[in-house]
Design a protein around this ligand. Structure first.
Ligand SMILES: Cc1ncc(COP(=O)(O)O)c(C=O)c1O
Length: 396
């Protein structure tokens, strides 16, 4: 089989005229830092996920970082306290626990959804457990109800890592609105793409102020952005002037610009189209690959939730993925390992060989990978990907 004439990537982007128009509006305004476009993006995103607040910042990792930092600070959690994370996820989920001087505790995942297995959480809870971070991997919401029940039973907080999932529903609830804080990413290959970017969502106004402060050097909530003193008069102006250089947290610089927000507003406007095309491509893949189900496990979506198909995950049932992945890559079909964490060199260095304690994660690490199903793929590319699989299974 001849390789495709260009790489069929896990992500893509074709900017629309509307997105370019919004970006040009920002350029014409000569205002690049936090301003009307970011506020608009935040409001529209919050509304679309049925939450009160959305904070746009420079990455999903930053959103997760300030989410945990805000909770740690507000509850007075100690260094070394434990945060439960799935054993299969992007490294950032666990990294931010370490960056907050806390301890990630891994829980194995469900073999069908690849998300945290709620049945395995309780055995990991100790007197120092403070929160659970379920991850909605590849666009599929985690099995949230038992996670939320467990959190309530043990008085734990829940931060949803929804970096890979937007607009999906679980039992009618929007991702990012079920835990106390939800975190999203708009980086390359994500559901919507703004270059770099992330959002933290919450219905808790105090936490929203804390997170806004933490992403802005720990500033006093009275002055969180460079325009917060504009148009003020009298006593209010004097109070803002007195407190605007006051820092109440050890904060970070995690801001984004109006340009990313402009792309975000434009992408949000076409979110229905994006989800439709993603689901259409995923259905075509499944239809084309079903005949090989004795060898590969294809994505599932339990009936109590919807799948936004940020990516299309595949796990080989009884063999290592290497040969198939190399075959696809040689044909110009891009792949990625399905979010290995506990076998990564840095996590092995920190915690030793954990894989035998996490059999599902171990199997996914050995045999799981994903391909793209993004809306910028055309039918020819989708058809080629299916043919590339067929070619492999017919010859191996
Ligand atoms: C599950 C998960 N969490 C967090 C992140 C971090 O997002 P970002 O790359 O925007 O920092 C990602 C990103 O790829 C992710 O897949």
């Amino acid at each position: 089989m001849k390789k495709f004439n260009h790489q069929i990537g896990v992500g893509g982007l074709v900017l629309s005229d509307y997105e370019k128009q919004l970006a040009n509006e920002v350029l014409d305004s000569n205002h690049l830092t936090y301003g009307p476009m970011t506020k608009r993006f935040e409001q529209e995103f919050a509304k679309s996920h049925k939450v009160k607040h959305a904070l746009f910042m420079n990455s999903g990792t930053s959103a997760l970082h300030v989410a945990l930092a805000a909770l740690k600070d507000r509850h007075g959690w100690s260094d070394g306290d434990e945060i439960i994370v799935p054993a299969v996820t992007f490294v950032a989920t666990a990294n931010i626990v370490l960056h907050n001087n806390m301890t990630p505790v891994f829980v194995d995942v469900e073999p069908d959804t690849f998300n945290i297995d709620p049945q395995k959480i309780e055995e990991k809870i100790t007197g120092r457990t403070r929160a659970i971070i379920p991850v909605h991997l590849l666009g599929l919401p985690a099995t949230m109800q038992p996670v939320l029940e467990m959190a309530e039973k043990y008085r734990l907080e829940v931060i949803e890592d929804s970096a890979e999932c937007m607009f999906a529903k679980y039992k009618g609830g929007s991702v990012g609105s079920m835990g106390v804080i939800g975190c999203f990413s708009t980086y390359l290959a994500h559901f919507i793409v703004t270059g770099v970017g992330g959002l933290a969502t919450t219905n808790n106004s105090e936490l929203a102020v804390d997170m806004r402060s933490l992403m802005n050097h720990g500033r006093d909530g009275i002055y969180l952005s460079a325009t917060d003193d504009k148009g003020l008069n009298g006593q209010t102006l004097e109070e803002v002037v007195a407190r605007r250089f006051s820092f109440i947290h050890v904060g970070h610089s995690m801001r984004c610009t109006e340009l990313e927000a402009a792309i975000g507003v434009g992408q949000l406007a076409k979110s229905k189209k994006i989800i439709k095309r993603r689901q259409e491509i995923a259905a075509t893949f499944t239809q084309g690959l079903e005949e090989f189900e004795n060898r590969i496990q294809l994505p599932t979506c339990p009936p109590d939730r919807t799948h936004s198909f940020m990516l299309y995950g595949i796990v080989l049932k009884k063999e290592s993925k290497r040969k198939l992945v190399n075959h696809l890559e040689h044909l110009n079909v891009e792949t990625r390992d399905l979010l290995p964490l506990i076998n990564q060199p840095i996590y092995k260095r920190l915690y030793g060989n954990l894989e035998d304690k996490y059999p599902v994660a171990k199997h996914i690490n050995e045999s799981g990978f994903y391909i793209g199903c993004h809306p910028y793929m055309n039918d020819e590319e989708v058809g080629f990907v299916i043919e590339a699989f067929k070619n492999f299974f017919q010859n191996n």
